[in-house]
Design a protein around this ligand. Sequence first.
Ligand code: ZN
Length: 230
Amino acid sequence: MPFSEKIKEDAMIACGRHCCICHKFCGNKMEVHHIIPQKNGGEDTFENAIPLCFECHAEVGAYNTSHPKGVRFSKTELKRHRDNWYDCVKRGNMAGNTIPPLKLLREEGFENTPLVRITSGIQLLNALSGCCGAQHNYEEPKTREEASIISEFQKEIEYLSDADSLMEESERVLVGFDLNELITKMEEKGFWIFTGRENVFLMGGAIKTPEDFPLLHIYILRKDNLQTNS
Ligand SMILES: [Zn+2]
């Protein structure tokens, strides 16, 4: 059974017609996904529904268990994405989570990359997954303490962008959890973390013809500045 019109309407209102994973505004281009699939007994309830854009819906469905590659979206993760986003919409904080990228324009083409605020270690690991590296951008620290926490964070990212593809699922749980602590610490010091992926072309080494790879831009921004700017 599909979701009823009433449940779809409730879900559209709750998400503000923004995708619960990538947070972009979708208008008509939305689908309501069953978090627990129907074939596994998933019900057509509001609790089991997550509104997604076409791209994210395809991503969620694309994981191949007989050829595991990348990081699968778990049911609990989908629920958390959805609940976080519904909560943002309810608080009218849609701009609080995604900031207008034009303010941060650095390179041609990058203006189309939405920057998404990262609030958990797992989100950060997912953002890094499959990327050829990370590019750091940060607001200048005002104290030695700020400098050292930004540095600590960057060191962790540098380590993770090398280790990411080698990490076992069981290890990710712990690494993601430990990252939460670091992200919270940064937040307490007044810094928010945003990421955006950009495709870059690389050639050389084993790559004979130019190939595009996602590069992760990481922005460490003072949240006070963001709030007064917007
Ligand atoms: Zn999406």
